[in-house]
Design a protein around this ligand. Structure first.
Ligand SMILES: Cc1ncc(COP(=O)(O)O)c(C=O)c1O
Length: 504
């Protein structure tokens, strides 16, 4: 009896010990994946880690050995353990696509709606929508601020904030705009219901049904939907995956096509992730001012740079008020608060009128809370954290795609934002990949929703807004298998494509 008890106790302890070292290894691997411990940096010494984590030296040693086996850290003689520098060759980048030069009608809304609705299922591994995982928003701090402002100013919290919107928020936005090179006064700004309303109002201000709007190719599907719903047409401008639209092509198209306005996301575009260099932005603003064409600039990802300083906005070079800068706090603080804004330059009066007609006001409490959050400096701290996280997540995602996707895959290399644009081998149909991925519990965004005529048939967009985890890695592995099986069926010979990593 006694010996049986003893053996049960020993087994339980062994289990606990085992789970302890695995838990520790998992914690350290998360610090590495999130970028808190970076490649080449020393991990805490065995003794220090044992004291910090209140576990035995043997447990730490086991955890470090496990991380060594997984290729995450390496021991350096006489020095300790270091995060391993992973040598990794990224796949080639997609090339710039040249859409036909003339204006075209947009026919994409129905497909977009299907994809967006289906992607809402909470059971899915969500690699479709470009949204940060909710755990990355400062929800506790924001909720505390919401309670504080509604307690302090209960009447204001429930009153209309008629356009131009909450003044304290506009003051904060104007201050922050200096970082993007813009000199704005609070009176230059109108708050809106997200960037979506801002873009809508700008388009309705400067164009009417039948007019032609220049857009990047590929472009964010919601911009296509807005244009389609307003009965406007588009002229798709070829766009480099790194540097944004090709200005020479834009100039050519302006000669042969009466463009009424442009809608461009110049900083970390969606889906390409391209970022136009600041000198090129200046040239763009000059070209459009010469033609008296308004630029609706969507800067929703501008704050999500991976580098030390954020890129400028085209608005920074706007001397004559042709740039209408739109932005929101959707990607940084809270998508559901629906707080956005527009600095519409010379079109301010008309936008203010349309804003009033459209939604009368933007909700008061979220505006008040975000104003206070910005004023207290919480935003900068939060931005520093998420920029580091998104950079690490994108790196992990790119490496996993390289590991699991077939040869012939091409991949963008954004320096900010949160999406990757993946070109699959030419014979792989992205919609087929999308349907099979959904059946396997994984959402992705298929390429055809990013163009007026549903091109980009062999492209998909992957969201990197979720913290890296085994679930995400498994989803990427599964996607690789799905692509492989489609390839096998297409070839009809039972042979899929060789893996991307082995073809390099
Ligand atoms: C480029 C771009 N613009 C606008 C939006 C919509 O922003 P909001 O939620 O502020 O309306 C998104 C959201 O994904 C986006 O990616």
């Amino acid at each position: 009896m006694i010996s049986e008890d003893l053996s049960v106790h020993t087994a339980a302890r062994a289990n606990l010990e085992e789970s302890l070292y695995k838990q520790l290894a998992l914690r350290i691997s998360e610090l590495i994946e999130h970028g808190t411990l970076r490649p080449g940096e020393r991990v805490p010494s065995v003794r220090r880690c044992s004291l910090q984590q209140n576990v035995s030296i043997a447990t730490v040693m086991q955890a470090y050995r496990l991380l060594e086996d997984r290729g995450m850290i390496e021991a350096r003689p006489q020095s300790g353990y270091y995060v391993k520098i992973r040598r990794w060759t990224p796949p080639p980048e997609p090339e710039m696509w040249r859409p036909p030069p003339g204006p075209v009608n947009v026919r994409v809304s129905e497909l977009v709606l299907q994809v967006v609705k289906a992607g809402r299922d909470p059971k899915l591994v969500r690699l479709g929508a470009t949204l940060p995982s909710p755990e990355l928003f400062p929800i506790r701090e924001l909720n505390r601020t919401i309670s504080a402002v509604s307690r302090r100013s209960p009447l204001d919290a429930h009153a209309y904030e008629v356009p131009p919107g909450n003044r304290a928020l506009r003051v904060q936005i104007a201050r922050r705009a200096m970082e993007a090179g813009c000199t704005l006064s609070p009176d230059d700004i109108i708050t809106t219901v997200g960037a979506t309303e801002a873009i809508n109002l700008c388009l309705r201000t400067v164009a009417k049904p039948g007019d032609v709007i220049a857009i990047e190719s590929p472009t964010f599907f919601n911009i296509l939907q807005i244009i389609e719903s307003l009965g406007m047409r588009v002229c798709e401008i070829p766009t480099y995956p790194r540097q944004g639209i090709c200005l020479d092509e834009l100039e050519q198209r302006l000669k042969c096509c009466r463009v009424k306005a442009c809608v461009f996301t110049l900083n970390y575009s969606n889906p390409l992730g391209s970022c136009m260099p600041d000198e090129k932005k200046q040239r763009l603003v000059e070209i459009l001012a010469r033609h008296e064409i308004p630029l609706i600039e969507d800067d929703i990802y501008g704050n999500l740079t991976f580098g030390p300083t954020r890129p400028k906005c085209a608005k920074a070079f706007d001397k004559e008020g042709w740039v209408m800068l739109c932005d929101s706090f959707t990607k940084t603080l809270s998508p559901g608060s629906r707080v956005g804004w527009v600095a519409p330059g010379r079109f301010k009066e008309r936008i203010e009128f349309l804003k009033f007609v459209n939604t009368a006001a933007t909700a008061s409490i979220p505006q008040m809370a975000i104003a206070e959050f910005l004023q207290n400096g919480g935003f900068d701290h939060h931005l520093r954290k998420i920029r580091r996280l998104y950079a690490a997540q994108m790196q992990n995602m790119s490496q996993a795609i390289t590991r699991y996707f077939p040869a012939g895959t091409k991949l963008t290399r954004p320096t900010g934002g949160m999406c990757l644009w993946v070109e699959l081998p030419p014979h792989i149909n992205a919609l087929m990949v999308y349907h099979r991925a959904m059946a396997a519990g994984i959402s992705i965004a298929p390429g055809p929703i990013f163009s007026a005529k549903q091109k980009f048939e062999n492209f998909i967009r992957i969201n990197c807004g979720n913290p890296w985890s085994a679930t995400i890695e498994n989803a990427i592995r599964r996607l690789g298998e799905i692509i492989e099986s489609i390839s096998r069926e297409r070839n009809g010979n039972g042979r899929g494509c060789p893996s991307l990593i082995h073809s390099q």
